[in-house]
Design a protein around this ligand. Structure first.
Ligand SMILES: [Zn+2]
Length: 541
């Protein structure tokens, strides 16, 4: 029920944590690789002007590197149609030169010379897009230490996801993962994370830090800040006092807070307080209701003692009916205007909304062939979650849920039109939300919502790169950026489903062709069939 509520936000601090400390090991590595690979070929092809080249050389020497004229080309992708995700039209017959971790040249194939010994990937008839970003995952929510390494991460890579926002997990686990990946010990995506949730009593999910008062909330923000997290994640059960204290303390520390709109806070208040992103459209429908306050009150009214599960379900049904019937288009427009003004990003996570929170028998993926990738222990947990959502529900509930999803899609379409930043995300590995492939489902839902295929693609590339203050190194295809790329067999701009036709993935310059991607899938399938997990898990989200 709380999934449908409302929301809103305010400007992100201009100096973010990520930039301020350069805590991301990849940014440092790219800087180094640019020093050795950056000059001559790359810049000359991109910027014809000598002035630009000289400026680059000057910058290079300021940063203490001596430019070398001939970088070793480690991969040349030739004759591809490049869809760089800037919004520019596709560039046919284009060659992309990669040296080490970075792209050093992008241009018409007939103009770009390929060094004799360079490995060449002929991409004739194929489409090259930037590596994808899932802005809402929980890498460590399935039996660590194997769940992330043998189940989730290989599926992310096999599906072209090269960067993630991990939206809740233990700092120790995530720091360890990030370190293994950056040292090259583990093939994995770039990771940004807030660590544990800040939540009220009792917390909605684990791991959480429970904060009730303003001073507890401030202390928790300070503690996480000292642990070098990228963001602070707020959760549904926070008190108003704690939430607004988190907002203030985060602002003082120049770290962004994001997450659910707490049940006791309106989406507009959250946006105005500076919440950087809203997940799962929490609080949104409620904030679009002409009866917002009244419905919020009802949400907190206790169930009558001895209420049967059927009675509780009926009560929820009545609440949802009112929520939909009291929808005000004018209120929605005003709310979205506030989001745009405040720079609030939206991460709708349709896969978890459609396939779990508002699941119907039609959208239950219980018998999906991808279930073979889910470890047996995890499958049991999924089963319990799925049964829980379907229990005590009938046709009337399912019709309501479909209506809620339809309205949510409409609202996201309006958000895009108004210029709000939309980011693709999934909430994997929540039940029915498959690592990797579910991000491609989200892109399909975003197009259903009214985004163009290019806008949907940007929701998984350029938009999150901007949000993460990484646009200079990620998010589009250009010289100087990381070589995180996905090669497709078909054009995603004519049909967004084509992002699923993956021929190859390039992860920080490392080529994974189709056989290598298939080997990853096979390894996960084998792990899933044989592994029971080591301990009980927390439910993600
Ligand atoms: Zn989540």
């Amino acid at each position: 029920m709380t999934h449908t509520a409302a929301s809103a936000t305010q400007p992100a601090p201009s100096v973010t944590r990520t930039n301020a400390r350069n805590s991301n090991p990849f940014s440092r590595l790219l800087h180094n690789s640019r020093c050795t690979a950056g000059s001559g070929v790359a810049l000359a092809t991109r910027h014809s002007s000598l002035a630009t080249l000289l400026l680059f050389l000057a910058v290079s020497s300021i940063s203490g590197c001596s430019p070398e004229p001939k970088p070793t080309i480690t991969l040349a992708i030739t004759h591809a149609t490049v869809i760089d995700a800037t919004g520019a039209p596709p560039q046919p017959d284009t060659t992309v030169l990669i040296a080490g971790w970075s792209i050093i040249a992008v241009g018409p194939s007939r103009f770009i010379a390929i060094p004799r010994r360079a490995p060449v990937l002929d991409a004739t008839g194929k489409f090259l897009i930037p590596g994808l970003v899932d802005s809402h995952v929980h890498l460590t929510a399935a039996a660590e230490p194997t769940g992330s390494r043998q189940f989730i991460i290989p599926l992310l890579i096999a599906n072209g996801i090269t960067t993630v926002r991990d939206m809740g997990g233990k700092v120790e686990y995530l720091t360890q993962l990030r370190s293994e990946i950056s040292k090259g010990k583990l093939l994995g995506p770039q990771i940004f994370f807030p660590g544990p949730y800040l939540d009220g009593e009792p917390p909605s999910f684990l791991p959480s830090i429970t904060v009730k008062t303003a001073s507890e909330a401030r202390a928790a923000v300070d503690q996480l800040f000292s642990q070098d997290v990228d963001f602070i994640k707020v959760q549904s059960a926070l008190s108003r006092e704690a939430f607004f204290a988190i907002a203030e303390e985060s602002k003082a520390r120049h770290i962004r807070f994001l997450g659910h709109v707490p049940d006791r806070v309106s989406a507009l208040e959250a946006s105005n307080a500076g919440q950087a992103s809203i997940e799962h459209l929490t609080g949104i429908l409620l904030a679009c209701s002409a009866k917002e306050d009244e419905l919020r009150q009802q949400q907190f009214a206790p169930n009558p003692p001895n209420a049967t599960p059927e009675q509780s379900a009926a009560r929820q049904r009545a609440w949802q009916r009112q929520l939909l019937d009291s929808y005000s288009a004018a209120k929605a427009d005003a709310l979205i205007q506030a989001f745009v003004r405040n720079g609030t990003a939206q991460v709708p996570t349709f896969p978890i909304l459609v396939h779990l929170a508002f699941m119907t028998p039609k959208t239950n993926l219980q018998n999906d062939p991808r279930m073979k990738f889910v470890p047996q222990q995890e499958r049991k947990i999924w089963q319990v979650g799925i049964q829980g959502v379907l229990a005590h529900s009938g046709p009337e509930d399912f019709a309501l849920r479909e209506e809620i999803v339809k309205r949510s899609l409409e609202i996201v379409g309006k958000m895009q039109q108004a210029g709000e930043r939309i980011m693709a995300g999934t909430d994997t590995p929540a039940p029915n939300v498959f690592p990797g492939s579910s991000l491609h489902e989200d892109l399909v839902y975003l197009v259903q919502a009214g985004l163009t295929p290019m806008q949907a693609l940007q929701a998984a590339t350029k938009n999150p790169a901007e949000f993460l203050n990484q646009l200079d190194t990620h998010g589009t295809i250009a010289p100087g950026k990381f070589a995180d790329l996905v090669l497709l067999d078909a054009n995603p701009l004519t049909d967004i489903h084509n992002t699923q036709a993956i021929r190859a993935v390039v992860l920080r310059g490392h080529l994974l062709d189709r056989p290598a991607l298939d080997a990853l899938l096979t390894s996960v399938e084998h792990f899933a069939a044989t592994h029971w997990g080591s301990h009980a898990l927390t439910t993600p989200r």
